[in-house]
Design a protein around this ligand. Structure first.
Ligand code: ATP
Length: 407
């Protein structure tokens, strides 16, 4: 069995998720009621029994550090760890200038580790992957680098690295975020492209050599997608792992994958969890979704004198107290209080929030620690909302952390 070291990229600015990233880094943004975004990738590693993990942090990392300490501390007598590494300007007076530079600045941890393989994974994607299967594929192909890929509609090509592959699974083309018109579609399937999922298995020696070469290249932006993959694939040893072949507990099927880089995709990923038949399940006991579990009472739902409490297709976390309200297709994080005759629809409340009585919230993301007074409507009149809040192009209203509305 190869020795594996894993590095989680958690040092991006997350500007497209603003204002959810106003006070915290993107991997620390709450998700799915009980989780933080970083939990997804960490669960993939832990459930794959790969327990030697560095999390590379940089921007606004305090909340992520606290979460890692509370949820992911390994008390172990074996060679296992989940450790945060802050940006430390080890190679000069500059922060990480790209994803490859983030790894390069921490090359000493790889060089001194004697790992055969290095996994480099982003932390802003929602999916389940048994990473051992990807590693087995990498070894079978004797690859220098293996990139995971998923089929996506052609219209989404401009968000992703788009891959061309030969019959053996070898990468023969790659373009980072091409225009939809330029994106190479899958042979025989003109409506779909093969997109990189932003996670890589590298041969350790090859990775180190490539990062040293890239660091000396003044024209490089030091990014895996823009610089490292285009440099390596023409050498013929970069292979593409087809995510749809991955199995969880012996079953193909849970090959849901979503990038949550924007307000729209973050909202959609939460909505995916409350579909009648979600494509990703949080309830598979054989693939537990670990996180920090605060000591909280169970969620409670009470009818008021006049109003029956109605909850449909929603996730409601511990510590919530809902009285005489209607909640549909929504995700509520812990400690949310919702008053009587309030309607919450297709919304995501991140937690520690109080919504008064007679309110309407439609397609709203409410960050933590928000208080909304009685009789407030949000998401109903977007022109009005735009004067006070961030409203995405698609009409999703975001209420920033700590806001007081109507007081
Ligand atoms: P945005 O583009 O909205 O500012 P971002 O800076 O996080 O977001 P992405 O391309 O979405 O950029 O990042 C993909 C993954 O790589 C994320 O997990 C992110 O934390 C990480 N990442 C991005 N840039 C860096 C960097 N310079 N150093 C370390 N990790 C990074």
């Amino acid at each position: 069995m190869a020795k594996v070291l894993s590095m989680i990229l958690a040092g991006g600015e997350g500007s497209r998720l603003y204002p959810l990233t106003q006070s915290r880094t993107k991997p620390s943004v709450p998700f799915g009621g009980s989780y933080r975004l970083v939990d997804c990738v960490l669960n993939n590693f832990v459930n794959s029994s790969l327990l030697r993990i560095y999390v590379l942090t940089q921007f606004k990392s305090q909340s992520l550090n606290e979460h890692l300490n509370k949820a992911w501390a390994l008390n172990s007598i074996t060679d296992t760890f989940i450790d945060a590494i802050p940006a430390q300007m080890r190679t000069g007076k500059h922060w990480y200038s790209g994803t490859a530079d983030a790894i390069y600045q921490n090359l000493q941890f790889i060089a001194s580790d004697e790992a055969d393989l290095v996994c480099i994974f982003g932390s802003d994607h929602i999916y389940k992957m048994d990473i051992r299967q990807k590693i087995a594929y990498h070894q079978e192909k004797e690859a220098v680098l293996t990139v995971s890929a998923i089929r996506l509609p052609k219209e989404q090509a401009y968000h992703f690295g788009i891959i061309e592959v030969d019959a053996e699974g070898r990468m023969i083309g790659f373009e980072e975020k091409p225009s939809v018109a330029d994106a190479k579609t899958i042979p025989g399937d003109p409506d779909h492209v093969l997109a990189s999922m932003g996670n890589y298995v590298f041969d350790s020696q090859a990775l180190q050599a490539e990062l040293i070469r890239d660091a000396a290249d003044a024209n490089s932006s030091h990014d895996f997608g823009k610089d490292i993959i285009p440099q390596l694939y023409p050498q013929g040893k970069v292979f593409v792992y087809d995510f749809t072949t991955n199995t969880i507990d012996g079953e193909v099927g849970e090959t849901y994958w979503r990038d949550v880089g924007t307000i729209e995709s973050y909202w959609e990923a939460n909505m995916d969890l409350v579909k009648a038949e979600p494509a990703i399940s949080l309830y598979n006991r054989k693939w537990p979704m670990h996180t920090h579990y605060p000591a909280l009472p169970p969620a409670s739902f009470r009818d008021s004198e006049q109003f029956i409490c109605t909850i449909r297709q929603s996730l409601i976390s511990d510590g919530c107290h809902i009285s005489g309200a209607t909640i549909k297709k929504s995700v509520l994080g812990s400690n949310c209080f919702v008053g009587t005759n309030t309607n919450i629809y297709e919304s995501v409340l991140l937690g520690d929030t109080k919504v008064g009585s007679n309110c309407i919230l439609t397609k709203v993301i409410v960050d933590k620690d928000v208080k909304i007074a009685d009789n407030i409507q949000i998401g109903v009149n977007l022109e009005e909302d735009r004067k006070r809040f961030t409203v995405s192009d698609e009409g999703i209203v975001v209420i920033p952390k700590g806001a007081r509305i109507g007081f």
